[in-house]
Design a protein around this ligand. Structure first.
Ligand SMILES: [Fe+2]
Length: 315
């Protein structure tokens, strides 16, 4: 049994030398400022989480990732893990309590409980007249229901890292945080696992196909942080904004095979990749782990995975 089964992903924590520039990028990406202090920026989406992205002021760095715990009792269990902090009050906007841990590659993992929730940011999206029911939008024009502008980030979906000690890192997230395998990916022969897609374990409840993808690598670092957008059109709309602003494009637009999301990847001014996606496969705990070949990673449409993106890892 794992130490806990995390309830949800909470936020990614980065460090950047210029919070104005970071906020400009994240606003264009479709997040909304939740708070900003002298030393840090907190960005939210349209869902209720107080924030889903933290940037501390400092030299560029991937500090780590944060999960929500289901209960205070889970924080007590984590505080007994070797190397863990005691339960701390979070001295940051949004409050709550946390335990800080360090994963095998040295990145911080916060598990938080009791963080403030904010009212949802209302967002109206026009229904779509496709498929069998062509009258979901009646006597109404689609284009009048959407505006040009940034995407609308809803929530954080997953994070992806490279690890030079793949089994250890993967094992740690499974044993301490309670993630479970959705798909292991092999190359050449079935015993050569090169990546692993893992999801939350919420029993009968359905969760995103993956919350964590770990890549076997010769280096440790963040490949990308990933955020759910309002819908597929919302990704297209946001793509125009990011392109016009000259941000570095890494991959997309396409549809993944594993997880099936429609995706688009953008680098921030310091090369940290942020993904937009919409429409994911959801699985519950009844689905056993699956083994697939790397050659099956290309989805039904979109360009194949670029080398530049595949090998991208920032510390
Ligand atoms: Fe992703």
């Amino acid at each position: 049994m794992p130490v806990i089964k995390a309830a949800e992903l909470a936020y990614g924590r980065l460090r950047s030398p210029d919070l104005d520039k970071q906020e400009e990028f994240l606003t264009a990406f479709g997040m909304v400022r939740a708070d900003r202090t002298k030393n840090a920026l907190y960005m939210r989406g349209t869902d209720e989480a107080h924030h889903l992205h933290v940037t501390e002021l400092g030299e560029p760095k991937y500090v780590g990732i944060a999960f929500h715990a289901e209960s205070l009792g889970d924080l007590e269990k984590l505080a007994r893990v070797q190397g863990a902090s005691k339960i701390e009050d979070i001295d940051e906007p949004g409050g709550g309590k946390r335990v800080r841990l360090t994963d095998p590659d040295g990145f911080q993992v916060e598990v938080v409980y009791g963080m403030q929730r904010l009212p949802k940011i209302p967002l109206k999206r026009p229904p779509v007249n496709t498929g069998e029911d062509k009258t979901q939008r009646r006597n109404a024009l689609y284009y009048k229901g959407v505006e040009r502008g940034p995407s609308h980030v809803k929530r954080i979906g997953h994070f992806v890292v490279h690890s030079p000690q793949f089994e250890k890192t993967l094992g740690w997230y499974r044993e301490v945080i309670g993630l479970r395998c959705s798909d292991d990916v092999y190359a050449d022969s079935k015993d050569n696992i090169v990546g692993s897609f893992n999801r939350l374990d919420r029993g009968d409840d359905y969760v995103d196909h993956h919350t964590f993808f770990c890549i076997r690598s010769d280096k440790a670092g963040l490949n990308h942080l990933s955020y759910e957008a309002a819908d597929i059109d919302d990704i297209m709309i946001g793509h125009e904004v990011m392109k016009a602003k000259g941000y570095e494009h890494f991959w997309g637009i396409g549809r993944h095979s594993l997880g099936s999301q429609v995706f688009d990847y953008w680098g921030d001014p310091w090369g940290r990749v942020h993904e937009h996606w919409a429409d994911t496969d959801v699985l519950n705990a009844s689905v056993p782990p699956n083994l697939i070949g790397r050659h099956e990673l290309n989805g039904p449409w979109g360009e194949p995975i670029p080398e530049k993106f595949m090998h991208h890892a920032v510390r």
